[in-house]
Design a protein around this ligand. Structure first.
Ligand SMILES: [Zn+2]
Length: 279
């Protein structure tokens, strides 16, 4: 099932919890990664389920409806992306037309079922977590039990959680990259302890792997302490990530193989499957 896995590597199913199918990957007409190409990459890497989101949302709608998706045995968990175009990256948190677009998408759903989350969204300035539309979207996510995939710093995690009606006790926040700026492991641990539903997605995480692609000691210790709180994802934010998809997944299989099998299975598959109720 996993032709790229070495003898000691994790060889079970993967849940890609950070997948984009953006316009430049394939826009319905041209582009290097039409559904058959994208699905072939998932299938040959043993990726059995994905959190799909895209700029604009047409890409997710396409994957959710594609005959190739079912043929490849891939389950699509759709998220509403907050971006129609690149300008929205810096404006979504204060633009009411984004809130309206999200509500329209939620009402519409997808061929793979209702949307299960919002994001990925970015906050390049953590203070924008308090933008009027950011506040409304976080409240909406908690009320509707939608997960949130957030590319933010550790300061913004506290701000987003504070804006949830439960003050963060009930918000299912997936922290993209577990902090791409590399906040210290102790800070990550403190946030995991403070917010019981906070999960860390590990693509691009600085300091995660050391020699030979195995886990660095302090990350190995953190993952063993919180085996139910981490996820893996490809982050196909540019087409180069689609061309590197095999290597990205092989990299995960390498360090997952360095963990006890039941822990590896949770991070590769079980945590996300449990979050979204996938068998
Ligand atoms: Zn991303």
């Amino acid at each position: 099932m996993a032709p790229f896995a070495g003898a000691a590597d994790y060889a079970g199913p993967l849940f890609d919890t950070h997948l984009h199918y953006n316009q430049e990957a394939w826009d319905g007409h041209a582009g290097p990664y039409p559904p058959a190409e994208a699905l072939a990459r998932m299938q040959r890497n043993g990726v059995k389920a994905i959190v799909a989101n895209s700029r604009p949302n047409a890409g997710t709608q396409t994957l959710a409806a594609a005959r190739e998706t079912r043929a490849a045995g891939v389950t699509v968990v759709p998220f509403v992306r907050l971006y129609r175009n690149r300008d929205d990256y810096d404006n979504w948190f204060r633009d009411d037309s984004i809130y309206e677009m999200v509500q329209a998408e939620l009402a519409r759903g997808t061929a793979s079922g209702p949307y299960r989350g919002l994001g990925e969204f970015h906050l390049y300035d953590s203070a924008n977590a308090n933008g009027p539309v950011a506040r409304k979207l976080i409240a909406l996510a908690e009320q509707r039990q939608l997960a949130v995939l957030a590319h933010v710093d550790d300061v913004a995690i506290d701000l987003l959680m504070a804006n949830a009606p439960s003050r963060g006790r009930s918000l299912r926040l997936i922290w993209a990259h577990t902090g791409i700026g590399g906040p210290p492991v102790a800070r990550v641990q403190a946030l995991l302890e403070r917010y019981p539903l906070l999960m860390g997605e590990l693509s691009y995480r600085p300091g995660l792997t050391c020699d030979g692609g195995t886990l660095c000691p302090e990350w190995r210790a953190l993952i063993l302490k919180y085996p139910e709180r981490f996820l893996v994802g490809s982050d196909t934010w540019v087409n180069q990530r689609w061309s590197a998809y095999d290597e990205i997944m092989r990299g995960y299989r390498t360090w997952l193989g360095d963990l006890p099998p039941e822990v590896a299975q949770r991070i590769a598959w079980g945590n996300a499957a449990g979050l979204f109720g996938i068998k």
